[in-house]
Design a protein around this ligand. Structure first.
Ligand code: FE
Length: 176
């Protein structure tokens, strides 16, 4: 009888463990990837974005760790998409992951993001796109802090920062 109870206990633990890892991971929404509200030609994106932003956001590049503007940025405010101005993250959900990229354990609104399975470089990861313009932002991992246990690992170059005392985003970055 003790063995049965022990096995049941282990089984319960494994279910709890799986649940914790799946906690609040947003569903893949790759089917939305072709229907973004903000749609521009590659030439138009090249005019709006810097070469680094274009490489990261439109060609799915990654900035080198510990080089971006925001990995160690601690001001209060909103982090918006550098391509379209969509509000994505807040300073109060940013945390020090020491991975070299700005990291957030939550997002302002799931509807503002799109999650796509990424099998590049021999890895299976979840890519995070801006839900408004489809710009590549970074990836999401299940090694963040509570309460979500998620880490949105985002390129600084894909973000523009709006201090909390500023009301408007950069108009040139907010055009549609
Ligand atoms: Fe965007």
């Amino acid at each position: 009888m003790r063995i049965v109870v022990y096995i049941y206990f282990l089984f319960s633990l494994s279910i709890l463990s799986c649940s914790a890892h799946n906690l609040d991971i947003p569903a893949m929404e790759s089917e939305k990837a072709d229907s973004f509200k903000v749609s521009k030609t590659e030439e138009e994106w090249k005019k709006i974005l810097t070469p680094e932003q274009y490489y990261i956001m439109r060609q799915k590049g990654t900035e080198r760790p510990f080089t971006g503007a925001f990995w160690n940025h601690k001001e209060k405010g909103i982090y918006a998409c550098a391509g379209c101005g969509q509000k994505l993250f807040r300073s109060d959900i940013k945390f020090e992951s020491m991975c070299g990229w700005p990291s957030f354990f939550d997002r302002i609104d799931t509807a503002n993001l799109v999650f796509v399975k990424d099998t590049s470089y021999g890895m299976i990861r979840t890519e995070v796109l801006c839900g408004n313009c489809g710009g590549h932002l970074g990836h999401i991992f299940r090694d963040g802090p509570p309460p979500t246990w998620l880490r949105y690992c985002i390129n600084s170059a894909a973000l523009q920062f709006v201090p909390s005392d500023e009301q408007k985003l950069n108009p040139s970055q907010n055009s549609k």
